[in-house]
Design a protein around this ligand. Structure first.
Ligand code: AGP
Length: 613
């Protein structure tokens, strides 16, 4: 999600905006910019890369004014570069915007503007907004109404802040759906607007918050809020007790906990604009996939590291089940040296949150040299893994700060589900009725994730029973086997407990020798076709005295008598159940690590992106 800061008041806006953007750096971004109005003119400074580049640019080419807007961009549409960085100005030079979110119908709006003779200067969806506002203002609408009418033409969730030389005494801010918040900071003879409180907490703790579907008009000494249909809203004023740093995590103790809880939003965003739930259609436009090319694929190799490779293991089950394409999962550090057998009918699909993991990039290079078609699922737009690929799927999870991947695991699971459906449809394996059923299941997922997250207190209680264990064995079968690996990795990397994962069916071939009362077992026993087999494995572990925690489906009446604790997850399609079982295990690992006093966000020896071999 992008960061937004705006100011209007008696002081110079420039240092206030730059300081506010600095406070938002934790969100992650790939470019930054700001604009002010001075002497009836909009001045813009923006650049790709970190804030320091913008600060240097501003010191070389100063700008000032008592009204201004600033932005840190997390690219979703258009490469990270100067021309795609915000703010964006229209054709007349009278209006400038910073925007957070996605304009889902931006392609048709771009075409509409181009056919009206408008010159578009960027690849972004955000730029179309400011041109539309200018067109309404040229038609005689006041600034606020021009913004309101423009919003009526947009589809998708947006948060936006605009200023105009035509009405330089006000900032217009608006929220449509959930695309990041808008806070209004109330100062003395000055006002602030920001996507997140840390940007303005140094100046004021008195705030009002814009609800989705509302617009604010903010002047130097006052502000008003109305719904997008024009009804006045009396704002609720808050006094924020947090210090700026703490507010970066909001009400969460760690970024990891915040990002675990952001998964409702992240999963919603990774679905956004990609499914027509009524027609039963899936769109992954950045893959450039046609029926003809889909039918030429005779094998898919999924590669990645760590958590990303576990996502690939789930992807294998999904793609083979729905598209009937053979899938192999090869961890990148092995693939790159394995003398792999690939050809032009092989797709090498790399999964990488950072898009910069050295082993994954090397695997892509190796596969590409041998003729494979390269695809990637990435979170960082403009990253190498995105640029090297012939087609890609953005995770759209927003920046992930915690070293332990959470939403950058569950969003690829959803992306792989969508890919499996698209491939299955194009290859004639899925009819429309089946696709409708599959996307209907997907539509329920965000709410099921929310239900599960509300159970965090119960999971924390189970964590307390396990916090002093020295070893732990994670077991799963079928589509849940990769989740056993992912759950064990989460526990290992943030609590430093030795956790091992095994395909449950393998226990009798050796590992069962480990089982005794000092070897707790975490078993994923959700309602899938492997359920009965898992139950018999549990009975074997139980018979040898192991303490057992099961991840089980709501309503399962057998499980409680077999285990010591149950982490309940809502009932959902077996193909989407890994999203829920993973989140239960993320929370388990998180709370065990916190109880052990570990540095959850920056675990020892680990980096967020392993850009070296
Ligand atoms: C998992 O929690 C770790 N963050 C690590 O395994 C990570 O998934 C791996 O290093 C791959 O990173 P990437 O997704 O950025 O390529």
């Amino acid at each position: 999600m992008c960061g937004i800061v705006a100011y209007i008041g008696a002081k110079d806006a420039t240092p206030i905006i730059l300081h506010g953007l600095k406070r938002l750096e934790y969100r992650g971004y790939d470019s930054a910019g700001m604009a002010t109005i001075q002497d009836g003119q909009i001045n813009i400074r923006r650049d790709v890369g970190k804030l320091a580049r913008l600060q240097n640019l501003v010191s070389e080419q100063p700008l000032s004014g008592n009204i201004g807007i600033g932005h840190t961009r997390w690219a979703t549409h258009g490469e990270p570069n100067e021309r795609n960085a915000h703010p964006h100005m229209g054709a007349t030079g009278e209006v400038v915007i910073v925007h957070n979110g996605i304009v889902e119908n931006y392609i048709s709006l771009r075409e509409q503007l181009l056919s009206a003779g408008v010159t578009l200067k960027s690849d972004t969806d955000s730029e179309v907004i400011v041109h539309l506002v200018e067109q309404y203002m040229a038609a005689g609408y006041p600034f606020k109404d021009a913004v309101g009418h423009t919003i009526g033409e947009l589809q998708g969730a947006s948060a936006m802040v605009l200023i105009s030389t035509q009405e330089p005494d006000r900032i217009i801010a608006a929220r449509v759906g959930n695309a990041g918040g808008i806070a209004i900071g109330i100062g003395d003879d000055e006002m602030f607007v920001a996507s997140d409180m840390p940007a303005i907490l140094d100046h004021t703790r008195r705030m009002a918050f814009l609800e989705p579907g509302c617009m604010a008009v903010v002047s130097q000494n006052d502000f008003s809020i109305q719904t997008l249909s024009g009804e006045s809203v009396s704002p609720e004023l808050h006094t924020i007790p947090w210090d700026p740093v703490a507010a970066e995590k909001g009400e969460y103790r760690h970024f990891m906990q915040k990002e675990i809880h952001e998964q409702v939003r992240a999963i919603t965003d990774t679905i956004s604009g990609r499914v027509d739930f009524s027609a039963g259609a899936v769109f992954l436009p950045d893959l450039h996939l046609t029926e003809a090319t889909a039918r030429t694929i005779n094998r898919i190799v999924i590669t990645g590291c760590g958590t990303a490779s576990h996502a690939g293991m789930v992807g294998k089950v999904l793609i083979e089940a729905l598209a009937r394409v053979p899938v192999e999962v090869s961890i990148a550090s092995e693939f790159r040296y394995a003398d792999p057998i690939v050809d032009e009918n092989t797709v090498l699909l790399a999964i990488s949150q950072s898009g910069e993991t050295a082993d994954t990039l090397a695997a892509m290079a190796e596969g590409g040299e041998r003729g494979a078609t390269l695809w990637s699922i990435v979170n960082v737009i403009g990253s190498q893994a995105m640029r090297m690929a012939a087609g890609f799927i953005p995770m759209q999870a927003g920046p992930e700060i915690g070293v332990a991947s959470t939403k950058a695991f569950t969003t690829p699971l959803v992306d792989l589900y969508l890919l499996a459906i698209l491939l299955g449809k194009l290859r004639g394996e899925l009819d429309n009725e089946r696709v409708l059923q599959l996307v209907k299941e997907l539509a329920r997922l965000p709410q099921q994730v929310g239900t599960l997250l509300d159970r965090e207190p119960q999971i924390k209680r189970v964590a307390r029973t396990l916090m002093n264990m020295q070893h732990c064995l994670y077991l799963g079968r079928g589509i849940q086997m990769p989740i056993a690996y992912e759950g064990a990795l989460k526990l290992k990397e943030i609590s430093y407990i030795h956790a091992e994962a095994y395909p449950a069916g393998e226990m009798k071939h050796g590992p069962i020798a480990l089982i005794d009362r000092d070897m707790p077992v975490v078993a994923i026993v959700t309602r899938t076709r492997w359920y009965d087999k898992m139950i018999s494995q549990l009975q074997q572990a139980r018979a040898r005295g192991a303490p057992i925690v099961a991840v089980a489906t709501d309503g399962d009446e057998r499980i409680e008598e077999l285990v010591d604790h149950v982490l309940w997850v809502p009932d959902c399609s077996w193909m989407l159940s890994p999203v829920l079982t993973t989140i239960a295990l993320q929370l388990l690992a998180y709370h065990i690590a916190v109880l052990r006093g570990c540095d959850v966000d920056q675990p020892r020896n680990l980096a967020k992106s392993v850009t070296v071999e």
